[in-house]
Design a binder for this molecule. Sequence first.
Ligand code: PLP
Length: 217
Amino acid sequence: MSSVKENLLQIKSTLPPHVTLIAVSKTKPNELLLEAYNAGQRDFGENYVQELVDKHEQLPKDINWHFIGHLQSNKVKYIAPFVYLIHGVDSFKLLKEIDKEGKKNDRVINCLLQIYIAKEETKFGLDFDEAKAILLGEDIKSLKHVCIKGFMAMASNTDNNEQIKKEFQSLNQFSKQFPELNCLSYGMSSDYKIAMEEGSNMIRIGSSIFGERNYNK
Ligand SMILES: *Cc1c(COP(=O)(O)O)cnc(C)c1O
């Protein structure tokens, strides 16, 4: 089996410079995160609030912590002091809560709107019209402690690459209406190459770096 360091460096060697690699470390022990850190990795992604809080406390302070899971409004307060980017914002209510906690912590919290592009019922996210309504609405102007940087999405869990490509393409097209929201977070271990071809500049890779997860969270 190859090491975390080898996996990481191998993937990095294939990425164009404008693409940020987020090492998705959910369920993985600190030792493995440190292996990646020692190989130069600074952006890590976590899905669970408590796990993120613990890892943030225990690991080096110059890590950029990305929250990539489904965030409940009542848990924003735990990550607001330090989170680098919240990927999964899927309602105005959540955005308002993040703004409130950003204010308390005297910081502006960077966010991505999660867009639903998959043909699956189980995934979270806004549809294009909902995202547009939030971005062009009046209410957003009062939020001074959030900054929307772009969009995040997950493609259908399928091996039909044409389908995946179409889904990523649809978001890439949509995002062009908002040129200043140019952070595009899509692509995981199985589909990041397609994602990059379709405009992604932030890929979230877990199992190809750290190995398969033991339990499917
Ligand atoms: C787990 C997860 C990933 C990484 O998935 P891999 O298939 O292990 O690369 C990426 N994005 C999100 C939102 C995830 O939950």
